[in-house]
Design a protein around this ligand. Sequence first.
Ligand code: C2E
Ligand code: CA
Ligand code: CA
Ligand code: CA
Length: 280
Amino acid sequence: AKELGKNRYVHYDSELDARAVEHAQLAAELSHALERDELHLMYQPVVDLPTGRIVGVEALVRWEHPRDGMVPPLHFIPVAERTGLIVPMGTWILRTACRQAAEWQERYGDAAPDRMSVNVSARQLLEPTFPQTVAAVLAETGLDPSHLTVEITETAVFGGGRAVETVAAIHALGVSIALDDFGTGHSSLGLLRTCPVDVLKVDKSFVDGVTGTVEQEAIATSIIEIAQALGLRAIAEGVETGAQAERLHTLGYRLAQGFHFAKPLRSTEIENLITLAEDD
Ligand code: C2E
Ligand code: CA
Ligand code: CA
Ligand code: CA
């Protein structure tokens, strides 16, 4: 029994080692991804439900690994957070998204998506200089702050340090703040009192409920009521069917995002959509 226990221990240990090696390798490869030009951004439209117009896009990062192909962000963002690489990577994401938004504003004017949304992780909010980075990127790209939204999660704000002050400083630049995955955390409502927020992104799990029972619909209904009462915009995330879109509209939602409207797209595909809408 002792033998077996020992073997088991050894087996478990080597499995842990294998995972640690895999993690270290991913971290090492990721550290070169930026300079090797393996990252790019996709843009998912945010749609105005009454008109169907694209009023914004959310930038979503992609890593094209030379050997493994596309690595999903849920796989490498946590690694980048742990190593701290998310800080330079996040600045690259912000700069690339703002440059793209400025280019669209210049080229298409009113026909361009009004807002560019960029995801910012907990680790970035721990950097006291992050608001200066945002200001520098806006200055460098010439993007008006009213066209930029920064998406944060509740966990990121409670990640410690002076995250709320950091968010307030970004807000003071004229940048909008969106609370991502709204409703999934422990104190989403409490956060609305302490942190400047302009947009609630209603998590897909609640959107899935709107075509279910009255009980399942209740949370999506409550969130739109809160948003309206507080004068915030609400974006329903992960809308996959026409029935959901219709129901959300009836409940009072104006803005939605999801595969029903469009998947995350390449910049050229967004440009085709802008041109199509212009021709209407
Ligand atoms: P998120 O910010 O909540 O982004 C929404 C995710 O849902 C995206 O996955 C998007 O492709 C997916 N999605 C959109 N519509 C639908 C739908 O109708 N159905 C379903 N099932 N999914 C939908 P993605 O691009 O794989 O990103 C996953 C997460 O990785 C993001 O969640 C965000 O937390 C993180 N992430 C992605 N890009 C960035 C980035 O540039 N910076 C940071 N810090 N995190 C990022
Ligand atoms: Ca997001
Ligand atoms: Ca989300
Ligand atoms: Ca999420």
